[in-house]
Design a protein around this ligand. Structure first.
Ligand code: ZN
Length: 137
């Protein structure tokens, strides 16, 4: 099983972190953590950038995150043109995992405030593809 089920546009089909998609199928968004130094990565990485260790373990991104910043995308890149406008955001979850993703389209721009609490949840896109998004906590 590869990575082709992830996202509206798949840029790669094979990756050592393809289990990320398996977790999405099970309803969970995960980061991964280096067993050697404890650094946490999102998106997950196959190898630690600090010590090059490949001893990584999956770690759920859970709890309430804080919205750190966001932008309204009016002109989408190739493959996303028909999705605009949408909102890209960066949120930080305990214990300091920064996740980049979309805000739920049901949240109006007037409601969005830096510092607001969000949760991250898997979503199913067209043709059974999987992704995740932020919802209000
Ligand atoms: Zn490490």
């Amino acid at each position: 099983m590869g990575f082709e089920k992830f996202g509206a546009v798949s840029f790669t089909t094979e990756t050592k972190t393809a289990d990320f998609v398996t977790y999405l199928e099970k309803g969970q968004v995960v980061a991964n953590r280096c067993k050697k130094c404890g650094r946490i990565y999102f998106p997950p990485r196959a190898d630690c950038a600090d010590d090059f260790s490949s001893e990584m373990e999956w770690q759920p991104v859970q709890g309430k995150g804080k919205l750190m910043t966001y932008t309204i995308v009016s002109y989408g890149p190739s493959g996303f043109e028909n999705d605009t406008p949408y909102i890209l955001a960066l949120a930080e979850f305990p214990p300091g995992v920064r996740v980049f993703g979309r805000l739920d389209k049901g949240i109006s721009p007037e409601e969005i405030k830096v510092g607001m609490e969000v949760v991250v949840t898997p979503v199913t896109l067209a043709e059974g593809k999987l992704s995740y998004q932020f919802n209000k906590a």
